[in-house]
Design a protein around this ligand. Structure first.
Ligand code: UD1
Ligand code: CA
Length: 437
């Protein structure tokens, strides 16, 4: 790419149709806000693309999320939500002396991919365009702005769904809400738009007319996979987008040699990588960034919550939850266990019902435990962090481990088994004598 690019992400709206007290762009897919998906797609277009997020409704929460996760992102505050054109105008001062290309995108389109955005920028730069609008053909275009073209197929303007007459509503080519601008050419436009429309809003879409009047070059770039521009306006949309995202990724995994026994009931975030010949059994839910090596067996009914690594040939079985856990090769955690904040070696066997107690609810601290290669943990044990268990150590069932254990030791913390011979017979005899049964 020849020029530097920056992005303006629109996220000031309330998202009325979500019926929520939090801003729409903070609603989540696989525990990551919609805004995060959009920023991540943008930041990979080229090295270090800076995003400016326009915030407004519940701005404090959006800012907090950005500060925590995207330190490099900037924000522009839109006090009143007067429309998408007005929103871009609030970001314009931050681009005051910028002379590269600017992508403008709505913050509620989480399925957009880096590839598509990169193609848009390439197309824009290759054709020396001033305004490039990404369009899509939809079977059901309702709700979207419609693209009006002239006889020579050039884009003339966009008419919003709310302002469209019936014959315009039939047009299936829509505005995706994603634009690429040669910033120098359009930077003055945003404060010059008017609000003569049914909503009395400053529409960003009017930039097309503005540019046309000034004989600037306006081009349309049609996206090939229209599912990428699916916008979130309601909870129904959110559920549907989650399905599209995970099905797209499951398909990719299967193409790369991963077995997904039942795609319908399997949820895997695209941020998790899985190597070939691993089998994922039904009802598995994997979110966040994880790495699962080859020849593993995961599930059925496993929950992996992020920041986990599972080494080659390991098995994570039913009703096992993993969080922030590194597990080396050929280790077996087959049933009913919680493994959090742990480092686990290879050839380890963790018995059914093992719990890593990693959290102190008073100090709010999370502590790490580690198990070296060859360790065996008996069923129903609790590993109270922080502890280190050395190589080949053996923990007997029902132990509560609170101290470090040396190599090859046996640890047993339960009370010794006591047997009272003939106790039942004795009890029965007493009962017979007393009640004469
Ligand atoms: C917009 C487009 C429409 C396009 C559709 C694609 C306009 C006028 N219309 O319509 O042509 O087909 O997106 O999804 O641009 N926002 C602000 N400040 C505001 C208003 C909105 O930041 O004052 C943000 C919202 O938070 C949201 C985005 O802009 O992330 C889009 O707003 P929304 O109201 O959803 O626009 P649409 O009606 O979907
Ligand atoms: Ca929208």
């Amino acid at each position: 790419m020849e020029k530097e690019i920056r992005a303006v992400i629109l996220g000031a709206g309330k998202g009325t149709r979500m019926k929520s007290s939090k801003p729409k762009v903070l609603h989540e897919i696989f525990s990551k806000p919609l805004l995060g998906w959009v920023i991540d797609a943008i930041s990979k277009i080229q090295f270090d693309v800076q995003s400016i997020v326009v915030i407004g409704f519940q701005a404090g929460y959006v800012e907090e999320y950005l500060n925590k996760n995207y330190m490099y992102a900037k924000t522009a505050f839109q006090k009143q939500q007067l429309g998408t054109g007005h929103a871009v105008a609030q970001a314009a001062p931050l681009l005051h002396d910028f002379n590269g290309d600017v992508i403008v995108i709505c913050g509620d389109i989480p399925l957009i991919t880096t590839n598509t955005l990169r193609e848009l920028v390439h197309y824009h730069q290759r054709n020396d365009s001033d305004v490039t609008l990404m369009t899509a053909h939809l079977d059901d275009p309702s709700g979207y702005g419609r693209i009006i073209r002239d006889k020579a197929d050039g884009i003339v303007k966009i008419i919003e769904d709310r302002d469209a007459l019936d014959h315009i509503k039939e047009i299936q080519e829509v505005n995706t809400g994603i634009y690429c601008f040669k910033w120098e050419s359009v930077k003055n436009a945003f404060s010059e738009l008017d609000n003569n429309n049914s909503q009395e809003e400053y529409y960003l879409t009017d930039i097309i007319k503005w540019a046309k009047t000034r004989s600037l070059r306006v081009l349309g770039y049609e996206i090939s996979d229209s599912s990428e521009i699916y916008g979130i306006n309601s909870r129904q949309n959110l559920a549907h987008a989650t399905k599209i995202l995970k099905n797209r990724y499951l398909d990719e995994l299967m193409s790369n040699g991963v077995t997904i026994v039942d795609p319908d009931t399997t949820y895997i975030s695209p941020e998790t990588t899985i190597e070939k010949d691993t089998i994922i059994y039904p009802n598995t839910y994997i979110e966040g960034k994880n790495i699962i090596a080859r020849n593993c067996k995961i599930g059925p009914m496993t929950h992996i919550r992020g920041n986990c690594a599972v080494g080659e040939g390991s098995k994570i079985g039913n009703f096992v939850e993993l969080k922030n856990a590194r597990i080396a090769k050929n280790t077996r955690i087959c049933h009913l266990s919680y493994i959090g904040d742990a480092q686990i070696g290879s050839n380890v066997n963790i018995g059914a019902g093992t719990v890593f107690a990693n959290y102190n609810s008073i100090t709010k601290e999370k502590r790490q435990s580690s198990l070296a290669d060859g360790v065996s943990i008996g069923s129903n044990s609790v590993i109270v962090a922080p502890v280190e268990i050395q190589k080949d150590a053996f923990v007997a069932a029902l132990s509560c481990v609170t101290k470090n254990i040396e190599e090859s030791s046996l640890v047993m913390t339960r009370a010794a088994q006591k047997e009272i011979k003939n106790w039942v017979k004795m009890k029965k005899e007493i009962a017979d004598n007393e009640f004469g049964n």
